[in-house]
Design a protein around this ligand. Sequence first.
Ligand code: NAP
Ligand code: MG
Length: 409
Amino acid sequence: MPVKKVQVRGSIVELDGDEMTRIMWQLVKDKLLFPYLDMNIEYFDLGLENRDKTEDSVTIEAAEAIKKHGIGVKCATVTPNKDRVKEYNLKKEWPSPNATLRAALDGTIFRSPILVKNVSPTVRTWKKSIHIGRHAYGDVYKNKEIRVPGPGKGELIFTPTNESSSIRETIHEFEGPGILQGIHNTDESIRNFARACFTYALDLKVDLWFSDKDTISKTYDSRFAQIFKEEYEKNWKTSFEKASITYFFTLIDDAVARIMRAEGGILWALKNYDGDVMSDMLGSAYGSLAMMTSVLVSPTGRFEYEAAHGTVQKHYYKHLKGEKTSTNPMALIFAWTGALRKRGEFDKTPEVVNFANKLEAAAIETVESGVMTGDLLRVAVPSPNNKMVYTEEFIDAIAAALKRKVNQD
Ligand code: NAP
Ligand code: MG
């Protein structure tokens, strides 16, 4: 008997991508989504050839569509470098689509691990997810640096647009060679970051931690802590209390020490550099990059879901040679379920949320039954049931588990 398809009311903006993830993306849609869902998809092909053909306007249009419809789901894309320009015969080195989307949506990226029982985190106490929110603007990523050649004065100068007197601070009187660095951030970007973090913590119903080093950086890091506090008191306290979650600020070193003995169930908001370092630490401690999802959240509550990993270029080259690969589609599947669940919440269609939950459960059960891709086999708890399968076999196993769940209704 053909299944009655679940109607997804609002639109989902789909951003297709490149290489091995593009291949898996299609399989996921064909085997796990299209047989069960009736969706209004706004499709944008962000594959490198089409970005080149449209002079990258397709990326901007996709961002506009996400602003309009509120929800996007993105496949991994190649950010071209010199080698890629040659390989794909590109007109130029197009900018990173993720950077373009982040700028257009003024968003913050949150990363979360997908937990399965047979891959245990390296840190024993972690039972629930630790989500990371990384501020993706400014600091050392937009710095100016000087290699100081010899004796002289290093200064920090701000020249106001409307007034005559500038503000000056001596950084250091150099007696010999050294180095100097200038960094910045803006109140607006910090506030949007804070808002995105409060929005996302509330969405996940988990405690929010923010940490920096305001005891040492009494103006710069203090400004972050102040803005988070102001935002919390003014706009979030009531809804946090209602949801029985808390906002907690502590020093970065204290936060690191606490995370190492925490149970999880936390969204950890971090400045740009701290977030860069800590997200890689968490990713590896939870098992595999292919088990990390990522979502871009705008301060106005738009969501774009994706996998944290790239296009898995090495596997794609094998695939092109006709070899089978054991590439893990879990994070791509969870990008879709994240988008579907949010769509269902926005549209108040519990059957869509329910389908997303079933698909996630089917994927997790498949791995927990021992059927897994090579990256997981390397880190899974050893068991006679463990069996490495190729990508398509893995998706077929999930499809079978999903079918059983759907038929149970
Ligand atoms: P990558 O695609 O993340 O892959 C790096 C390595 O991690 C792979 O070679 C593989 O290791 C392992 N891996 C990652 N995802 C996996 C999966 N789903 N299943 C199994 N193994 C997985 O990074 P990359 O190869 O450095 O980058 C390739 C392209 O991706 C680049 O052109 C980059 O611009 C782009 N990229 C895009 C995004 C994005 O769109 N969000 C993010 C990062 C990178 P083994 O080879 O050991 O199996
Ligand atoms: Mg990093």
